[in-house]
Ligand binder design. Structure first.
Ligand SMILES: Cc1cc2nc3c(=O)[nH]c(=O)nc-3n(C[C@H](O)[C@H](O)[C@H](O)COP(=O)(O)O)c2cc1C
Length: 264
């Protein structure tokens, strides 16, 4: 930590920090296969599985989701990847369709990026990054229902309590909205702790109509492997997507992949 004399406040000294932390990181100096595989999803699944089994971060399925608004201005946030359909090249996350990301992803109001999003997975301890650019569609209702039913009871109730991305007057307002949703579903709350809550046995909470899955259909996939000499290994696969009904819902059919290595 150092003090910036112009700003008069402590700065994190981020320029120096990475080297100090590098000790925790051992570059395995791996490279991508040569020749590259004809399609990327096999490697994607290998890397995701490795990130999970290495157990070095609580959410190895966390990914950055980037969207753009109607003027083409980007925003990004973390969401959890809940399913990958390797055969179709599809990544699934769940959210509120009326949230900022939901509206931007779908281009509500004619947004510039309507239907296009980007995803990034980063596993620092593995020196790996996966970038995906693609088209987005809503998951079929039955798939969202099935996933919602697997969520813990209080999470299902809370999905009714939050108008995600809308302003709140106070934290108390959110708790009040949550109490109202709990009362609606017969949950008895005796205090703020979850241990002070009584959930009726067999509680059924329907999925809110504005909450569900998005399928991201990969159009471009880039794999990046870090190298201690900065001669990182990068390769990008691309394919064409054609609108097509899939599982009774809007989706895409993917053409064949082409691939190329990229300079790091
Ligand atoms: C580790 C982590 C996981 C998250 N997972 C999700 C998720 O799966 N779905 C979601 O809607 N928000 C998730 N969030 C919250 C989002 O990052 C974001 O704050 C929220 O969705 C509102 O974003 P928006 O206003 O841009 O729509 C997660 C945040 C973190 C830090």
């Amino acid at each position: 930590m150092s003090v910036d004399p112009k700003m008069g406040r402590a700065t994190a000294g981020l320029a120096d920090q990475p080297d100090a932390l590098r000790g925790a990181c051992t570059f395995a100096n791996l490279t991508l296969p040569e020749p590259l595989p004809a399609e990327p999803m096999g490697l994607v699944m290998e890397w995701i599985n490795l990130a999970g089994t290495s157990k070095t971060q609580p959410n190895p399925n966390a990914m950055t989701l980037a969207t753009v608004d109607g003027q083409g201005r980007p925003s990004a946030r973390i969401v959890l990847c809940r399913k990958i359909d390797a055969a179709r090249g599809v990544f699934v996350f769940y959210t509120n369709y009326d949230s900022r990301k939901g509206l931007e992803a779908e281009g509500a109001g004619g947004g510039a990026g309507g239907g296009h999003v980007a995803l990034v997975f980063h596993w620092d301890h593995l020196d790996r990054q996966i970038r995906i650019e693609g088209r987005v569609t809503r998951s079929p209702e039955a798939e969202s229902d099935a996933y919602f039913a697997t969520r813990p009871a209080l999470s299902r109730v809370a999905a009714w309590a939050s108008d995600q991305s809308r302003p709140l007057a106070s934290r108390a307002q959110l708790l009040e909205q949550n109490r109202a949703a709990e009362a609606r579903f017969g949950v008895v709350r005796r205090g703020e702790q979850d241990s002070e809550v009584e959930v009726p046995p067999g509680l059924v909470v329907p999925r809110p109509g504005n909450w569900g899955g998005f399928r991201v259909w990969a159009e471009h996939v880039e794999l990046w492997l870090g190298h201690s000499t900065r001669l990182h290994d990068r390769a990008r696969w691309s394919r064409a997507l054609t609108a097509s009904e899939v599982d009774g819902a809007a989706g895409y059919a993917g053409g064949g992949w082409t691939c190329t290595r990229l300079q790091p």
